[in-house]
Design a binder for this molecule. Structure first.
Ligand code: BES
Ligand code: ZN
Ligand code: ZN
Length: 469
């Protein structure tokens, strides 16, 4: 348990944390027990000094001013490694930080609370600790927002890190229903019969080989009474991607439990927007299925139908994400006509080879949205980088026997081809954006030995939504 509160002044006898930029340590000298401590304030380093009462005084290195965008990491690391020594209360000195920077510090501390070992038979005991943010200004709102943000990120990471035998499509549906009830938004789950009735043929095809039936989760948060949705969010929710009959190699296959990373962002953003009571109407749609190998799996060569009525020739059953997204995109556009629509998906290995773990691939015809999204990404350090939707690629998805095929068959431009496929299901919506988050949703970190969820996307999309007002 961690609680956050605002205090006006640091009490010298208590534990405290002092953020330090390079060559800017004069202003905190009066709080330190020694003159000129041996500390260079390199980014994400820290130095522990002991005060007159044996209290802990941490100097946290933030590097150069321009590195401040990454501050979440520095505070997450300090708190992750040191919080076991903290008792009851620790103070954070925030004078000299902007409210954005205070928010980052607080999110980092909140994120250090994520406990990855949820399935261990013995759970770690954590004691209650109060984090007091000292500032001359009233920063109550800032730290409350940071706390809700950090907590939501932690819930989303737990979801992405959960194993696929626990995390079925139905499990995601229950998660969303629970979240909606608790955070005051609405949630409807379309289960198998309903999906059949309404023609979600692509979602059903992908889910056919699994004993865990597919679902489509529809969440709505409406701050304004008028019916129009400002934004529609669509997430890929493949709870496990074996590749299907076009089966994946077994090395690293266990990480394919994270193939619902896009869905997790959508669920997390709707929850957070509701908790923050942002003045916006959002609809979030998650298309969830397990892509399994079985006698009843859909096959390469099959022709399937889709919600839009377009027929699709399946070339590769491992290109399943674009299929479930196709139905979800058509559905949200036809039924809800959101002004803008953004889909998020761990869609291709190709985007990982292109941008590594440093940015999501961003595809859109709308330059205004692109500019805004890049700005939001730079601000929260969850970056996006533009990739093209050139017409040159249209012919790659031609099929002789159906309206289009789901894979070009070529070993080039994989992320672009996937985005082009999705584009066919957007009804030429002027404000559609696709984010391929395969490289950023899940990976190596300082906080786990194996690859794990990053929480990428929650701050990005929430910041983007705030920028619309
Ligand atoms: N879920 C994968 C993409 C992925 C790869 C996510 C690595 C995270 C890490 C996706 O469904 C997939 O298998 N994509 C194929 C598409 C291909 C068969 C057209 C790919 O990118 O290789
Ligand atoms: Zn796949
Ligand atoms: Zn996949």
């Amino acid at each position: 348990m961690m609680t956050f509160k605002h205090i006006t002044e640091i009490i010298a006898s208590k534990d405290s944390i002092f953020p330090c930029f390079k060559d800017e340590m004069k202003s905190i000298q009066k709080f330190l027990p020694v003159k000129n401590p041996d500390f260079e304030a390199e980014f994400s380093t820290y130095q522990l000094l002991y005060g007159p009462e044996g209290n802990r005084i941490y100097l946290v290195g933030l590097g150069e001013r321009k590195e401040a965008v990454k501050m979440v990491q520095a505070f997450q690391k300090l708190s992750f490694e040191q919080k076991k020594f903290w008792k009851e209360e620790i103070q954070v000195y925030t004078n000299g930080l902007s409210s954005e920077e205070i928010k980052k510090a607080a999110i980092g501390i909140a994120m250090s609370n994520y406990e990855i070992g949820q399935f261990k038979s013995e759970q770690k005991k954590s004691s209650a600790i109060n984090i007091s943010f000292a500032s001359a200004q009233d920063i109550t709102e800032t730290i409350e927002e940071a706390k809700l943000t950090g907590e939501t990120i932690n819930r989303i990471k737990a979801l992405v890190d959960a194993p696929a035998n626990h995390k079925t499509p139905e499990f995601l549906a229950n998660w969303a229903e629970g979240s909606a009830a608790k955070s005051n938004y609405s949630c409807t789950v379309l289960r198998k019969d309903e999906l059949e009735k309404q023609g979600f043929d692509a979602v059903l095809a992908v889910g056919k080989g699994s004993v865990n039936p597919p679902v489509v989760i529809v969440t709505e948060y409406k701050a304004k009474k008028d019916a129009a949705f400002d934004i529609g969010l669509v997430g890929k929710g493949i709870t496990f991607d074996t590749g299907g009959l076009s089966i994946k190699p077994s090395q690293n296959l266990h990480y394919m439990k994270s193939d619902m990373g896009g869905a997790a962002v959508v669920l997390g953003v709707v929850e957070l927007v509701a908790k923050l009571k942002l003045n916006i109407n959002v609809i979030g749609v998650v298309a969830s299925a397990e892509n399994a190998v079985d006698a009843s799996s859909y096959r390469p060569g099959d022709v399937i139908n889709s919600y839009s009525g377009k027929t699709i020739e399946i070339i590769d059953t491992d290109a399943e994400g674009r299929l479930v997204l196709a139905d979800a995109l058509s559905y949200v556009i036809q039924k809800y006509q959101p002004k803008q629509i953004i889909d998020l998906a761990t869609l291709t290995g190709s985007v990982v080879r292109t941008l590594g773990n440093s940015a999501a691939g961003m595809f859109t015809h709308n330059q205004k949205m692109a500019g805004r999204m890049m700005e939001a990404g730079d601000k929260v350090h969850e970056r996006v980088w533009p990739l093209p939707l050139y017409e040159d690629f249209d012919s790659d998805l031609h099929s002789d026997i159906a309206d289009l095929r789901n894979f070009s068959g070529k070993p080039v431009a994989g992320a672009i081809n996937a985005a082009k496929f999705l584009e066919s299901f957007t009804d030429a919506h002027k404000s559609w954006m696709h984010l391929d988050i395969a490289g950023v949703a899940f990976g190596d970190s300082k906080f786990a030995k194996m690859k794990s969820a990053s929480g990428y996307g929650i701050q990005l999309i929430t910041e983007y939504i705030k920028s619309l007002n």
